[in-house]
Design a protein around this ligand. Structure first.
Ligand SMILES: NC(=O)C1=CN([C@@H]2O[C@H](COP(=O)(O)OP(=O)(O)OC[C@H]3O[C@@H](n4cnc5c(N)ncnc54)[C@H](O)[C@@H]3O)[C@@H](O)[C@H]2O)C=CC1
Ligand SMILES: O=c1[nH]c(=O)c2[nH+]cn([C@@H]3O[C@H](COP(=O)(O)O)[C@@H](O)[C@H]3O)c2[nH]1
Ligand SMILES: [K+]
Length: 509
């Protein structure tokens, strides 16, 4: 029996990442599966904190993609509140991007970030359509219908429920006798006032009576729902961490200069499908000289060779992925790219050895993909489609075939490029535009305030199954060849999915 046991111990169970990814086949997340390790700790003990760049660290290793249907101020604020971080897209002018960035940096936690406003002459029908497209319960009525102008009243459903004439102006139904808080009051004072007030909503106004922001009971209660929330991502002054994408053209230098002059971003992404270019290296050299404190994320890359070139140039992190995104057609159009699991492993192997973190970008569809990306060497993941269609994503909900959706599109889609060349270059610089992405819709996914904590908990459970206590622990195990995995045949993938059910309801959490 003794020699039999020894023989069984000798059986190699699975492959190391170096073995599996060195075979000539390119793999993505669904192609591979990890073998379980030994559990001697609780899932709640797993530490997901991780480096985004050389100097920036996040409690939740998830960031939102700089895409015009994913990240504007509201997404960036909420991502940072959840321990992650957002990257503003740059399909807008430099002035607009600076304004968005300032909104994030000036955000006061506990308050509604984008208060819904209408004008006094707007109607009950306008209020109804606002409720249908944005999840608002009440609306502030201001002189010109915008935040920042003089506050005149508040309208909630209670004021309109039993009125039949949908064309009644809101000035006739609004509550004019308002409880308001002063702009100079502290967060604690506003909260105290809100608690005492019988109203759900407390507008904060300037000394001239202009609407500055809004406190609601629902927002305060949501934000206090610890322990579901990780530590907020903040800079040294306690403001929310923020990143922004920029390009590699001459104008983009001025764009970064403006963002930094406003002291509004901690990191920039040089946004390109193929980062190993002279354009990117020149931009990197300029930024490292002009803004030495700024963290510069380069990419995208999928090979060790591309990674080395950008690391030699001084990159503070690398964004990994070419053609893996849900809306990407790059591999089909250009025949260039790599399976995302292989790309994450090979780039991270090179980058981590040089102390540079990687961001696994594109193709993240579920919590299992996040576990795989982090275990293959990525320090964080970047999500587009997973975060599109949420309350915090830009744009409004609409109905398609009875399903509530929001628009989502690739930044290389014709629609996004048309918008981008207007805002970025003020003219069309390429006369023949080739789309490398599509434009469409995704389902309403609710708020990321709910989604992110559940994703993080699912990732902790994956790490526990693998016997890994932290992201850095996963990277150490990978380096030692202690992470074992196998490729899944198509039958094994089918087995891993739900099968043989007549019907089922897939509720994720
Ligand atoms: N991750 C991915 O797989 C992909 C992502 N995308 C996204 O689509 C958007 C557009 O991507 P790209 O087309 O790669 O953007 P890009 O701005 O890097 O490239 C657009 C074109 O401009 C050229 N260019 C860049 N800087 C230049 C300079 N200083 N002087 C002259 N020419 C210059 C490039 O060589 C390229 O032909 C980005 O948001 C990107 O993230 C697009 C395709 C694939
Ligand atoms: O080939 C592409 N054409 C595009 O038009 C495009 N737009 C974005 N991206 C990349 O896809 C990532 C988001 O992917 P997911 O939706 O899968 O999270 C993003 O983070 C980008 O890296 C594009 N890739
Ligand atoms: K794709």
């Amino acid at each position: 029996m003794g020699s039999m046991a020894a023989a069984i111990d000798d059986i190699a169970d699975g492959f190391t990442a170096a073995q599996l990814f060195g075979q000539g086949t390119t793999y993505t997340y669904d192609d591979v599966i990890f073998l379980p390790g030994h559990i001697d700790f609780g899932a709640h003990e797993v530490d997901l904190s991780s480096h985004l760049t050389r100097t920036l660290k996040l409690a939740t290793p998830i960031v939102s993609s700089p895409m015009d249907k994913v990240t504007e101020a509201e997404m960036a604020i909420t991502m940072a509140m959840m321990g992650g971080m957002g990257f503003l897209h740059y399909n807008m002018t430099a002035e607009e991007q600076v304004q968005q960035a300032k909104r994030v940096k000036q955000h006061v936690p506990g308050f509604v970030t984008r208060p819904a406003t209408l004008a006094p002459q707007s109607t009950i029908a306008d209020f109804e359509s606002l409720k249908a497209t944005r999840d608002v319960r009440g609306v502030c009525i201001t002189e010109d219908g915008q935040p920042g102008s003089r506050l005149l009243g508040v309208v909630t459903s209670r004021d309109t429920d039993f009125l039949n004439d949908r064309l009644t102006p809101l000035s006739e139904v609004m509550t004019r006798d308002l409880d308001t808080a002063s702009e100079s009051a502290s967060v604690e004072q506003v909260l105290e006032q809100l608690k005492k007030s019988k109203r759900k909503l407390l507008p904060v106004v300037s000394s001239q009576g202009q609407l500055v922001r809004v406190a609601t009971k629902a927002t305060f209660l949501e934000e206090q729902r610890a322990p579901r929330r990780a530590a907020t991502s903040v800079d040294s002054a306690g403001r929310l961490l923020l990143g922004a994408a920029v390009g590699t053209r001459a104008d983009d230098r001025a764009r970064v200069d403006a963002l930094r002059a406003a002291d509004a971003v901690d990191a920039v992404i040089l946004d390109s499908s193929q980062g190993d270019s002279t354009y990117q290296l020149d931009m990197l050299a300029y930024l490292k000289k002009a803004h030495p404190e700024l963290q510069v994320i380069c990419g995208n890359v999928v090979t060790g060779r591309q990674a080395r070139s950008l690391i030699d140039g001084g990159a503070d992190a690398l964004r990994v992925g070419m053609g893996s995104g849900s809306i990407c057609t790059t591999q089909e159009v250009c025949a260039v790219g790599r399976g995302q699991a292989t790309a994450v492993y090979q780039v991270s192997r090179m980058a981590n050895a040089r102390g540079v973190p990687t961001i696994a970008d594109g193709g993240i569809q579920n919590s299992g993909h996040i576990v795989k990306a982090l275990s293959l060497g990525a320090s964080t993941v970047m999500c587009g489609s997973l975060l599109a269609g949420t309350t915090e994503a830009p744009g409004e909900y609409f109905m398609v075939d009875g399903v509530r959706v929001k628009a989502y599109r690739g930044m290389g889609s014709l629609e996004a490029m048309a918008k981008g060349s207007e805002a970025r270059y003020h003219s069309d610089t390429q006369n023949l535009k080739i789309a490398q992405g599509v434009s469409g819709t995704v389902r309403d996914k609710g708020s990321i305030r709910n989604q992110i904590p559940f994703l993080a908990q699912a990732v902790r459970q994956g790490f526990q199954d693998m016997g890994v206590r932290s992201v850095s622990g996963a990277h150490a195990a990978l380096k030692q060849g202690a992470v074992m995995l196998e490729a899944r045949s198509s039958a094994a993938q089918a087995e891993g999915n739900i099968h043989d059910m007549h019907s089922f309801n897939k509720v994720r959490w």
